[in-house]
Design a protein around this ligand. Structure first.
Ligand code: PMV
Length: 324
């Protein structure tokens, strides 16, 4: 038995516009970040994760991704992506693990195969959702979903009665600052909250339709580099997300603190805690404002490379809260 390590990494992501409404087939614009998750695997006599016995019932993503692996594996992970915070940690982890496992098997998976694995793992773990995070974390750069005439379609994914057309987009030369509330909020319950609201009231569907329009307009502002318009639409999207019930006081506090120095700001990801994002020309001022209200600012570089094979081995430490 070869016990060589095989390593891969994938970037986290943030949503410029369109989280939650994308679950219902509306458009979204997402950028990969320079925060990555790395995973290394090797054959072993017992399943382990970062040096401890692996309990697959507590690690549903790994359980799904190893469903066709009939031997034991050691896993090592290192993460710069804060977990449960709307930055795509579960999709990035799934993409890195899927690529490391395929490489260990001697396969060379296509991006589409990695997206299917990663999306499958997320659905298995969280029950419902879109292939947005999986697509962004596998492909990297910038992606648009269900936006017509992007001219660079990557793949189409269908599930139940929904279709997501995923395209590659040029990464805009814009500066974004993330603010982490430090409150962990898993995605599944937030998605479920909106599903229940939508089932009970036509009003939720109207808000979701409105979010779709805001995202389409935002995409065309992004293409024209119209920061003022894009920022205004991001703030509007935050208000719509708040009406749907997925913001919280801490997110609103960080959004409001950023607004005087930003074109616009909104929660990013599933909400309920986690992170917000501001579009700004004054990242230092925004970072200061976020820190002064108790958040952790991260000045992000967007458009990083997607899932890739790595030469060095993950160090087995979960560096949960990043830098700066
Ligand atoms: O919070 P995250 O990083 O898991 O992002 C979730 C994005 C949602 O639109 C809320 C759900 C989805 O599956 O698209």
């Amino acid at each position: 038995m070869s016990n060589r390590w095989y390593s891969a990494s994938a970037p986290g992501k943030f949503v410029v516009l369109g989280e939650h409404s994308v679950v219902y087939g509306k458009p979204a614009v997402v950028l990969a970040t320079d925060l990555r998750i790395k995973c290394s695997v090797r054959r072993s006599y017992m399943n382990s994760l970062n040096g401890e016995k692996l309990d697959l019932y507590r690690q549903p993503h790994i359980k799904y991704l190893t469903r066709d692996v009939h031997y034991c594996l050691d896993f090592l992970t290192t993460s710069q992506v804060p977990s449960g915070s709307g930055m795509g940690s579960s999709a990035a982890l799934s993409a890195a693990i899927a690529l490391a496992i395929s490489t260990e098997k001697g396969e060379e998976p296509s991006e589409r195969q990695l997206v299917d694995e990663s999306y499958g793992a997320e659905l298995y773990a969280q029950g419902n959702g879109s292939p947005m995070d999986a697509s962004a974390c596998v492909h990297g750069g910038g992606i648009a979903i269900n936006i017509p005439n992007t001219n660079n379609e990557l793949w189409t994914i269908k599930r139940n009665d929904r279709t997501w057309r995923v395209s590659d987009i040029k990464v805009p030369d814009l500066s974004f600052v993330i603010g982490n509330t430090g409150i962990k909020a898993p995605t599944g319950p937030q998605v479920e909250k909106i599903r229940r609201f939508k089932e009970k009231s036509g009003f939720a569907s109207e808000i979701i339709d409105e979010m779709g329009k805001v995202t389409l307009e935002g995409y065309s502002a992004l293409r024209k580099n119209d920061k003022e318009k894009l920022g205004r639409l991001m703030t509007q999207d935050h208000k719509l997300l708040s009406i749907l019930g997925v913001s919280c006081n801490e997110l609103n506090k960080l959004v409001n603190a950023s607004l005087p120095y930003s074109y616009g700001a909104k929660l990013t990801g599933s909400g309920g805690g986690g992170c917000m994002v501001a579009l700004t020309d004054r990242p230092d001022k925004v970072a200061e404002a976020i820190a002064s209200r108790g958040g952790t600012p991260i000045v992000i570089n967007s458009g990083s490379e997607g899932a890739r094979i790595e030469k060095s081995i993950a160090d087995g430490k979960r560096m949960d809260i990043p830098l700066q």
